[in-house]
Design a binder for this molecule. Structure first.
Ligand code: TXA
Ligand code: MG
Length: 385
């Protein structure tokens, strides 16, 4: 199906000048929630500024928002920020996103600056309703329609030909755009009220672990972004599945919560890297897929036999903690259900990363389709470069 081309530069493309707005919503004090960060209160005791912020050195406000019935005043304030070119971190069902108006090149550039992300890595555009893909997509192939009908709103990102007018900053200069309709009331309300599609990578510094809680975002981006909406923990826990539907066969670009068998039930056989597809070019290959990504600072070691690896490292003098289902040596329990494992993985790694260990040993889950996304993230967490 070919989409009607929406008017370029219509009302939704307006990018008003940045301005600070005064709003009566009160930021909460999250100092008690922070681990390992020195923060100093502003004179009014409400805004926080990191004493270690060196980059943008701006105040990062945190507003708690009800994850199921978001307060309209808070959504209105955050939406206003987005419309005026500022950055807002918000919860989705996968991980927290760092949002900017996708039609404002300057705002999108500031995402890259805040994250330290290479400009060659394109970002996902989030829409409030599936019907809004017309604002960014030039075509919506039948497979895209089938996948969206089945999995949206939800943790699936669909790469399609981009509409003229989507800034190069979003697509890394490529001909395609990645689109997702998230399944989180706060995210959807925010996008709906902002009235513009929202470009949002995960709300963390480049290569670091993705955030599944507001405090993870704060730890990574304090002083670099304007606002964090704290909607509590993300249920999904790892990033969306990314598929490219621009070719004759749907191609998997990133494993995620929508598994390959789930995709194949809808569109038939999917092209997988492990099935040996030929990369078409840097953008089609999903440049976010460099080996080292989603990594804690503490080195991660993956092992079939985590206890044996733990013992070996401990004997070599390292302070070691393991992560697994049923181990002997000091370990952090994680569920042996793939969905529950995904929900908890990053939060556990964030926590262990703060705890001063020399090595984190992780028991490798089985090599089966339902574990593919978790194994993918574990492999990247363990990659040295
Ligand atoms: O669950 C998620 O997907 C989260 C939430 C916030 O929505 N977002 C997220 O964004 O994980 P990010 O930027 O961390 O990962 C986006 C992935 C990267 O691997 C990027 O290379 C790929 O999507 N991507 C974005 N645009 C693309 C395009 N036009 N073609 C191919 N890959 C693309
Ligand atoms: Mg990311």
């Amino acid at each position: 199906m070919e989409l009607q081309t929406a008017t370029e530069g219509g009302p939704s493309c307006e990018t008003p000048k940045r301005r600070r707005n005064d709003n009566s919503v009160t930021p909460i004090d999250i100092k008690d929630k922070l681990i390992g960060h020195t923060v100093g209160a502003e004179p009014n005791g409400l805004s926080l500024r990191s004493s270690t912020a060196t980059h943008a050195d701006m105040n990062t406000e945190i507003l708690r928002v009800d994850p199921t019935v978001p307060e309209p005043a808070i959504i209105a304030k955050a939406a206003d920020y987005l419309r005026t070119g500022r950055l807002v971190a918000f919860p989705t069902e996968t991980v927290y996103g760092l949002g900017a108006n996708a039609l404002d090149p300057e705002a999108v550039r500031s995402i890259f600056a805040a994250k330290g992300r290479p400009a060659s890595n394109p970002v996902i555009v989030h829409v409030a309703e599936p019907s809004q893909v017309v604002n960014v997509a030039a075509q919506w192939p039948e497979t895209a329609a089938q996948l969206a009908a089945k999995f949206w709103p939800g943790p699936l990102t669909i790469v399609v030909p981009k509409k003229h007018g989507v800034p190069d900053e979003v697509t890394a200069g490529g001909p395609t755009v990645a689109v997702r309709c998230p399944n989180h009331v706060v995210a959807r309300e925010l996008i709906r009220v902002a009235g513009v599609p929202i470009a949002a990578p995960s709300a963390n510094r480049s290569t670091e672990l993705s955030p599944t809680r507001a405090e993870h975002v704060f730890k990574s981006l304090n002083g670099r972004i304007d606002l964090i909406l704290d909607g509590g923990p993300c249920a999904g826990g790892i990033e969306s599945t990314v598929v490219d539907v621009t070719g004759p066969v749907v191609r998997l670009l990133r494993h995620g919560l929508i598994t390959v068998p789930m995709l194949e039930e809808v569109v038939g056989l999917v092209d997988l890297p492990s099935r040996g597809y030929e990369p078409l070019g840097s953008v089609a290959r999903s440049p976010g897929q460099m080996a080292k990504h989603y990594s804690p600072r503490t080195p991660v070691v993956l092992a079939q036999d985590a206890d044996a690896e733990h013992q070996r490292l401990r004997d070599a003098g390292f302070r070691v903690i393991s992560v697994g289902f049923d181990l002997i040596w000091d370990y952090r329990f994680i569920s042996n259900d793939p969905a529950e494992y995904a929900t908890d993985l990053y939060a556990i790694l964030h926590e262990l990363d703060e705890a001063g260990f020399d090595r984190i040993v992780i028991e490798l889950p089985p090599d089966t389709p339902e574990w593919a996304a978790v194994r993918d993230r574990l492999t990247r967490a363990a990659a040295m470069s």
